[in-house]
Design a binder for this molecule. Structure first.
Ligand code: FPP
Length: 250
């Protein structure tokens, strides 16, 4: 019986009729994954990009319309120059690849974050993905790059203050919806599910406004080991939660 019980548990499936609309993921654990294998940290990031490609495809197959990933934070510049350049090369390569395949894959891609510190070549690639995303209509990917949640909120507040100072709006007219629209995520719906692999139990300045009501899923699995089955586990855990948005329990 016990054996049957365990087998039954591993066979749990995702209910495809109750999927989250927006999943947000912190790509964590690449460095430790590489270290465990005696490889340079950058090898972990390279495998991390493979997992990321596969999870986007999986979201598309499942019909999850929005996926946002934390690829590089405003704090990540503190890492060694070698590691920062390796991550930037991977991102540049991914953007080139996206430009070639987004139309065929019907992918919308938005880079979220402060682009002013990015190399001109990256900014040009981002301008091209923005342009393509104007006419693609499928899965929407948010790629957080030089992104910080507090920085994003300060920028939104500043843009509102500037509009007020110029007489375009009044402080008392500001609503949560208007404010949300001023964030990098613009018209994205708020994440329903936030996944953090890699064993840490914190938000690390990731979508701190948007994650207000997200269900949180933490796992010790390191990002380069995060398979489709791990993604299923997160979805199954999400589907077992009762989301109340501050309302009483039924
Ligand atoms: C966190 O793991 C990961 C990062 C800071 C970088 C993630 C970046 C990539 C996977 C490449 C980006 C490119 C694309 C296309 C998404 P960590 O290095 O903090 O790992 P550790 O906690 O084990 O040290």
């Amino acid at each position: 019986m016990a054996r049957f019980g365990r087998a039954h548990k591993t066979l749990e499936e995702v209910d495809r009729t109750r999927l989250p609309r927006h999943v947000a993921i912190i790509l964590d654990g690449n460095g430790r994954w590489a270290k465990k294998r005696g490889l340079p940290r950058t090898a972990g990031h390279a495998v991390g990009v493979e997992r990321f490609r596969d999870i986007i495809r999986y979201c598309d197959e499942l019909g999850i319309p929005f996926l946002t990933v934390y690829a590089f934070s405003t704090e990540n510049w503190k890492r060694s120059e070698e590691e920062v350049s390796a991550i930037m090369r991977l991102l540049e390569k991914y953007l080139h690849e996206a430009i070639d395949t987004m139309e065929k894959d019907n992918l919308r891609l938005f880079v979220l974050g402060d682009q002013s510190r990015l190399a001109p070549v990256m900014r040009e690639l981002i301008a091209r993905t923005d342009e393509i995303s104007k006419h693609t209509t499928g899965t929407t990917l948010g790629l957080c790059l030089n992104y910080g949640g507090r920085d994003e909120i300060v920028r939104a507040a500043r843009s509102f203050a500037e509009d007020c100072a110029a007489g375009r709006c009044r402080p008392e007219d500001l609503t949560e919806e208007d404010f949300s629209r001023r964030l990098y995520t613009g018209d994205f719906p708020d994440p329903d599910l936030m996944i953090r692999p890699g064993g840490e139990l914190r938000l690390s300045n990731f979508l701190i406004w948007q994650n207000a009501y997200a269900e949180m899923y933490f796992t010790d699995v390191l990002w380069p080991d995060f398979s489709r089955r791990e993604f299923d586990r997160a979805l199954i855990a999400y589907q077992k939660r009762s989301r109340r948005f501050g309302d009483v329990k039924e």
